[in-house]
Design a protein around this ligand. Structure first.
Ligand SMILES: Cc1cc2nc3c(=O)[nH]c(=O)nc-3n(C[C@H](O)[C@H](O)[C@H](O)COP(=O)(O)O)c2cc1C
Length: 195
């Protein structure tokens, strides 16, 4: 069993989402001692933002790429291979300024690749990855879940669904900046939901 862990808190392992993710990974390792765990810490090792050079590398035919362009392509393929190889994904998802961390957006920009992870057909887009459980641990300072202001949850579902992964579940730790009591309750409820 392969577990892919993606952490995207700018606070590294001190982040609330990362704390819950790390605890969940320990739980999974106890349940599956044979499991291989691959960790992508997007704060410790940020993925460059997509720019003209990087997207140009993606669109350049393999036999015409420069070494620098091939390195960009290889990096994207490494991230895709990690996702493909995973039987299960655990994703730490902070909310920053009403959206996902830009580091996570960069990961998505290197994984959502036409012809590789999805393709366009006469019937619309088709995901090319096998479905697998994705357990999302969402941390927010305020309260958003179930409201129209939570644009993050549908966005994450849309991305994974687009590449063929529809088994996406969410655990929310919310109100984390609304006082110690609220935070403590939210974290323990999230822990209970994860168990
Ligand atoms: C730069 C920044 C922007 C934030 N923006 C929001 C926000 O828009 N809505 C919200 O509910 N909380 C916001 N927060 C609070 C975070 O969601 C909260 O600290 C949460 O714990 C982040 O997850 P993390 O601890 O894993 O990084 C923000 C925090 C930071 C540092």
């Amino acid at each position: 069993m392969n577990i892919l862990v993606i952490k995207s808190s700018v606070f590294g392992d001190n982040g609330n989402s990362s704390t819950l993710v790390n605890e969940q990974v320990e739980r999974l390792k106890a349940q599956h001692p044979e499991a291989t765990v691959v960790v992508r810490d997007l704060s410790a090792e940020p993925i460059p933002h997509l720019d003209g050079e990087r997207v140009g590398a993606f669109f350049t035919p393999a036999d015409q790429r420069t070494d620098a362009q091939q390195a960009v392509e290889d990096f994207s393929q490494t991230l895709i291979a990690e996702l493909k190889a995973a039987d299960q994904v655990v994703l730490g998802l902070p909310m920053y300024n009403f959206g996902i961390p830009s580091q996570l957006k960069s990961w998505i920009d290197h994984v959502a690749r036409a012809g590789i992870t999805f393709r366009y057909t006469e019937n619309g887009p088709q995901g090319l990855l096998d479905d697998k459980p994705v357990s999302v641990v969402a941390a927010r300072g305020g309260l958003y879940a179930g409201t129209e202001n939570d644009t993050v949850t549908p966005y994450i579902k849309l991305f994974f669904g687009f590449v063929g992964i529809t088994d996406v579940s969410f655990v929310f730790a919310e109100g984390l900046n609304m006082g110690d009591d609220v935070k403590e309750k939210a974290m323990s409820e999230a822990r209970a939901a994860l168990q």
